[in-house]
Design a protein around this ligand. Structure first.
Ligand SMILES: *Cc1c(COP(=O)(O)O)cnc(C)c1O
Length: 238
């Protein structure tokens, strides 16, 4: 293997993996009676070298997810990807809000009123409206970020009151279990929360960011609109 390959996928193979993943997304959508066009693939590029990110872009991927601000900033600088959209999917420290708003087009990981207000202030300074999702810790795992399910609606009300944020939905990371079917109730719960928030605050609250390499078909079956996929595209992270 060439030295650029840090991920277990041969250089040049990313395009083939993109096609396979798109096929699997379409198949899961069809099984669920959904239009595949309502599901956006977000390629998760943490630890992935710019060269392989470029290959995903060349294969048509336009949404890229990163979970560390600094890592994303250096990759965004190293790449020139017109019309690519960078999405923040990891824990965001309040002191990184400014840099995050400079580099990301959407934040999936809002977990507090204080962070929402910091992001809103940064967006206001730039005269933009920033789309955000609330991260929910549906299963209540101690190791996972996110608000408790009962806190999602109150936080959504706060976001709805911040004119420079547009609350667009909910995000979760499901427990990592051997049988992906076992996490379907977690995805279902997030969809029900989304439905509640949508009924209270309006149709902007549409997105369900859920589903990763191990469990995206189950997430799609429960209504995922944004799937965040890393290893199935780029191979195992080393
Ligand atoms: C790493 C990561 C993913 C992608 O996980 P894979 O198992 O590589 O598909 C999705 N979401 C978040 C928040 C992540 O940190």
């Amino acid at each position: 293997m060439s030295p650029e390959v840090s991920s277990g996928v041969e250089v040049g193979a990313v395009a083939a993996q993109v096609q396979r993943v798109r096929g699997a997304i379409a198949a899961a959508a069809e099984r669920a009676g959904r239009d595949p066009a309502t599901i956006t693939l977000i390629a998760v590029t943490k630890t992935v070298p710019p060269k392989l990110i470029q290959q995903a872009y060349d294969a048509g991927v336009r949404h890229f997810g990163e979970n560390r601000v600094q890592e994303a900033v250096s990759k965004i600088a190293a790449l020139e990807l017109p019309d690519a959209r960078w999405e923040m999917i990891g824990t965001l420290q309040r002191n990184k809000a400014r840099v995050a708003v400079d580099h990301f087009g959407r934040i999936h990981s809002v977990t507090s009123q204080a962070l929402a207000e910091d992001l809103a202030r940064q967006a206001a300074q730039r005269g933009i409206v920033l789309p955000v999702l609330i991260q929910v810790n549906v299963a209540g795992e101690a190791t996972k970020q996110g608000v408790a399910p009962a806190e999602a609606l109150p936080l959504a009300h706060i976001i709805a009151g911040l004119p420079h944020l547009r609350g667009s939905g909910l995000m979760t990371v499901a427990p990592n279990v051997a049988d992906p079917a076992a996490v379907r109730p977690v995805f279902r719960h997030l969809r029900e929360l989304r439905d509640t928030i949508r009924a209270a605050l309006g149709d902007d609250w549409l997105d369900l960011s859920m589903g990763m390499t191990n469990d995206f078909p189950a997430a799609i079956a429960e209504g995922a609109t944004l799937v965040r996929i890393g290893r199935a595209l780029f191979g195992a992270r080393t």
